[in-house]
Design a protein around this ligand. Structure first.
Ligand code: SAH
Ligand code: SF4
Length: 354
């Protein structure tokens, strides 16, 4: 490890190698260090009390543990908490903590911004800066857990960015989260959300840790989906559905389909019929999501509004009648703009405070 490497980027194998080869320490030191970082959320070597003083003084110069810095934290009336984090190069990302009864879910980012420019998404409208490293992805969870003083039960890659355009770092971050010697989070407690990157879905199907997959569909035909999500022009619905079937054959896992309800755009009864036809014969569960209004950045854009409760209900009942299991998702954190990308967009537009 060079002095500029973030220790959070290391896999367990790399920890062992650094400890034994570079520092000439016994293997169990790797386990101890990971216990401090991933178990106890201690990032300061001086606080690692089962290391000798001499070893601590040595490691302080060799071990850089860099979780992101919190620059802003907002709590919603419903308990949802949104974090604006700063990375070592000054870039900012967002994460959201969603309490659900005694459990909670952390929604984390995989990129700074997103290159895919979906027209309803604040992150997509704000452009793309760079990929996150595995350590920057995992660091969001550790920073949240340290702040809250307790571990979260579920992690969803539904923050800023497209995880399957940053597969190397994302898959490594999953290995770190899942490793019993590190964060020890069960595979079933990790969800990757994708806008439909076909090669990434196929790669995930072969990955040795069986995480859950969620796919952002939002429209049942290429014409409409292409307007909402430019990525559809590269990976249209035909190849996407084939990839989902391949994923299902490889993993046997039911796939979650996300569908943001946009008033009079994608919420007509015929869209529900088309969606049911598209998904028929597949093992899926559809989440109908309330649209979180975003500030319109592009001039001349009319923007979208949220579908009325009646339209969502009708859409849901058509899907149900046609045998597609679905759920109308309750909104969380509207008062703090909990849809990822909104806070960073405002902060970079110089409107950080409200
Ligand atoms: N890029 C990935 C993961 C991050 S986006 C993806 O697109 O799946 C996570 C989810 O938030 C996606 O389902 C996305 O469509 C949804 N989303 C984006 N903007 C939204 C908004 N304004 N209101 C509600 N959901 C939104
Ligand atoms: Fe990117 Fe997902 Fe937002 Fe689309 S919805 S712009 S893929 S983050």
């Amino acid at each position: 490890m060079t002095e500029t490497t973030n220790a959070l980027d290391l896999s367990y194998e790399e920890w062992t190698e650094v400890c034994t080869k570079r520092w000439e320490l016994p293997r169990y030191r790797a386990e101890q260090l990971c216990q401090w970082i991933y178990g106890k959320k201690v990032f300061n070597v001086h606080e690692m009390t089962n290391l000798s003083k001499e070893l601590r003084e040595r490691l302080v110069y060799e071990l850089l543990i860099l979780p992101p810095i919190t620059v802003r934290e907002d709590e919603s009336k419903d308990g949802t908490r949104k974090f604006l984090f700063q990375l070592y190069d000054g870039e900012q990302i967002e994460s959201v903590l969603i309490p659900q009864g005694s459990h909670s879910t952390a929604c984390i980012s995989s990129q700074v911004g997103c290159p895919l420019a979906c027209s309803f998404c604040a992150t997509g409208q704000s452009g793309f800066s760079r990929n996150l490293s595995a350590g920057e992805i995992v660091g969001q969870l550790l920073a949240i857990e340290k702040r809250m003083g307790r571990d979260v039960e579920n992690v969803v890659y539904m923050g800023m960015g497209e995880p399957l355009l940053n597969t190397a770092a994302v898959l490594k971050s999953i290995e770190i989260l899942h490793s019993p010697k590190m964060r020890n989070l069960g595979a079933r407690h990790i969800t990757i959300s994708t806008s439909g990157i076909v090669p990434g879905i196929l790669e995930l199907a072969e990955f040795h840790i069986p995480v859950r997959l969620s796919v952002s569909l939002h429209a049942p035909n290429d014409m409409l989906r292409g307007k909402l999500m430019p990525v559809n022009r590269k990976y249209p619905l035909g190849p996407l559905v084939d990839a989902l079937k391949a994923y299902w054959r490889a993993t046997g896992e039911r796939i979650t389909i996300e569908y943001v309800m946009l008033q009079k755009v994608n919420d007509e009864p015929e869209h529900a019929y088309e969606t049911a036809a598209l998904l028929s014969g597949m093992s899926v569960y559809v989440n109908l999501i309330p649209y979180n209004p975003i500030a319109i950045i592009r001039p001349g854009d009319k923007g979208y509004s949220r579908s009325s409760a009646g339209r969502v209900k009708e859409f849901s009942s058509i899907l149900s009648k046609l045998g597609i299991e679905n759920e109308i998702r309750r909104e969380r954190g509207r008062d703090i703009d909990a849809a990822c990308g909104q806070l960073r967009a405002r902060s970079s537009a110089g409107e950080g405070g409200r």
